[in-house]
Design a protein around this ligand. Structure first.
Ligand SMILES: [Zn+2]
Length: 427
């Protein structure tokens, strides 16, 4: 596994030359931190522009994600990181909510997504809403998405893409921070955008780069070897103004900057509040997908949302489907669960990676459906065991599991106390 070391420093950097800010070109910068990783040959130094607050690496070494064509490109059924992505890793919610900032009821707006990955946004746009979409993706996930979701994805960079038409929306989530020429990137997107079109971009927020930010979130934002620039709101705004966009909306949300820009006024074209219900409807749609791996990962996500919304009877219906499918696919049964000796590989072959969170949300559901104290204790105790094992087996991809361990402990203590109290009375 990769290892990282980040060192924040207040000392003035002794290295002889520091390049100017890549966005506003000023030389007024401050040395912020160094990063050493197991996969990069040299220590990387990061600077912040004192004028526009953009963070940039000095002489960045870029590894990138592009794959060499080969067997891996086609055989998704044994691809561990892909399976994890489908089951729990993919952040479906962000893209669907972002696209729903567009106020549009009926009109068929065409969408181009640059860096679409597997393509949930494109699937939502075309197979769920019935609009036209096109994706561009260089990694194997795009090849899988094209085949499994039956959507248009070309194995191309934006600069290589020969667009035959203009698009009403150009979307790009978490791509521009990887690009060496971000203004060139925005200009290339502008070329394929219709005259009234909307360009929508998300990127990590440079204001989160400080020593008080959660370490794993900080690593994700900095991604040494992958990210070139981490933008500030004023840095990214400058780029869009330079590219000729007169109407720009910028939002900051949980370590991300979200930009929507157009040459025409945005008034009455984008909504201010989030539309979460649409994401949940899309999950419901995905949970009956004819590809069982897509359906499995979406069923769990849908179940979780239903519990969070306190829709316990619908949650129970989905819970039963999940339990059924678990017994067929993983030979799962409650009586043998406590005896299972789990190793790190187990979570994809023998049990799904969402099993810990699934028991946690099942416990909450059972509590509200007035199950017996004994049953509730069982769910939270299983949740705690599996959450801990998940984190132990794969700490770098277990953000959700690790965030649920403390609440699971609290629920277990509370339900055990209720169980003991109840048994006391019934003696
Ligand atoms: Zn600057």
């Amino acid at each position: 596994m990769d290892s990282y070391k980040l060192v924040f420093s207040k000392n003035i950097d002794q290295s002889s030359f520091v390049s100017p800010c890549p966005i506003c070109k000023t030389n007024d910068n401050e040395y912020l931190l160094s990063a050493t990783t197991s996969y990069l040959k040299k220590k990387m130094r990061g600077y912040r522009c004192k004028f526009c607050h953009t963070f940039y690496w000095q002489d960045p070494m870029i590894i990138g994600y592009e794959e060499k064509p080969g067997e891996k490109m086609h055989n998704y059924k044994n691809d561990i990181s892909f399976i994890h992505y489908l089951m729990i890793g993919a952040g479906i919610e962000f893209g669907i909510k972002f696209l729903n900032s567009i106020k549009n009821k009926k009109k068929n707006l065409s969408l181009l997504e640059v860096g679409s990955s597997f393509g949930y946004n494109l699937d939502y746009w075309s197979n769920y809403k019935g609009f036209f979409s096109q994706g561009l993706e260089k990694s194997r996930f795009g090849v899988f998405g094209k085949k499994i979701l039956k959507i248009n994805i070309a194995n191309k960079y934006l600069e290589e893409f020969n667009a035959k038409k203009k698009y009403d929306v150009v979307l790009s989530t978490d791509v521009i921070e990887h690009v060496k020429d971000p203004l060139g990137f925005i200009n290339a997107a502008k070329k394929v955008l219709s005259s009234r079109g909307l360009i929508m971009i998300s990127t990590p927020d440079a204001s989160y780069i400080n020593s008080s930010t959660d370490y794993s979130q900080l690593l994700g934002i900095l991604s040494p070897g992958y990210h070139v620039n981490i933008f500030s709101t004023s840095g990214i705004k400058q780029l869009f103004i330079k590219a000729g966009f007169g109407h720009i909306r910028i939002q900051q949300k949980n370590g991300q900057i979200l930009v929507i820009a157009s040459k025409f006024s945005l008034k009455n074209r984008i909504r201010l509040s989030e539309n979460r219900a649409e994401y949940i409807r899309y999950l419901n749609f995905l949970s009956t997908h004819n590809n069982e791996m897509v359906a499995e990962g979406s069923r769990f996500r849908y179940f979780k949302e239903l519990v969070n919304l306190s829709k316990y009877s619908e949650a129970f219906r989905i819970y039963q489907i999940i339990i059924n499918k678990l017994s067929v696919k993983y030979y799962f049964d409650f009586s043998s669960l406590h005896d299972r000796n789990l190793k790190s590989e187990c979570f994809l072959k023998d049990l799904p990676p969402y099993i810990g969170p699934f028991f946690f949300y099942s416990g909450i559901m059972q509590k509200h459906l007035n199950a017996s104290h004994e049953v509730i204790v069982m769910y939270f105790s299983l949740a705690l065991t599996f959450l801990k094992n998940t984190v132990k087996s794969a700490p770098h991809i277990s953000v959700e599991a690790s965030s649920l361990i403390e609440p699971a402990k609290q629920f277990l203590i509370e339900s055990t106390a209720n169980y003991l109290k109840f048994n006391e009375y019934s003696k």
